[in-house]
Design a protein around this ligand. Structure first.
Ligand code: FES
Length: 84
C-alpha cells in the first residue's frame, strides 16, 4: 500500500498506480452515487465509456475507472449529473 484516499472521510488504502474504482471496490464500496433517476452508479465498463462510475474527486467530476489514486484525495459520490 502506498497511501490512502478518503471516501466520504473514510480512509481507503491504495496500491501504486491503482485507479480509484479499483481501490473502492477492494474496500467494499460498490455504489458510487446515484443518477437523477435514482438508479445507483457503479463500475460497468471499466474503460471510461459508460459514465457509471462518476464521482467527485477533490471537487471535480471524474470517472473513477480512469482516475489514478493520489494520497489524500477526497472522494464523494455523485448524485445526479450527466447520463442520468
Ligand atoms: S466504469 Fe464505465 S466509465 Fe467508469
Amino acid at each position: 500500500m502506498t497511501g490512502h484516499i478518503f471516501w466520504q472521510d473514510r480512509p481507503i488504502p491504495f496500491r501504486t498506480g491503482e485507479m480509484v474504482s479499483s481501490a473502492l471496490i477492494r474496500a467494499g464500496v460498490i455504489q458510487m452515487g446515484s443518477a437523477p433517476t435514482g438508479q445507483p452508479r457503479a463500475v460497468f465498463c471499466g474503460i471510461g465509456q459508460c459514465q457509471g462510475c462518476l464521482i467527485r474527486a477533490d471537487g471535480r467530476l471524474v470517472e473513477a475507472c480512469l482516475t489514478p489514486c493520489r494520497a489524500g484525495m477526497q472522494i464523494s459520490p455523485e448524485i445526479g449529473g450527466p447520463n442520468g
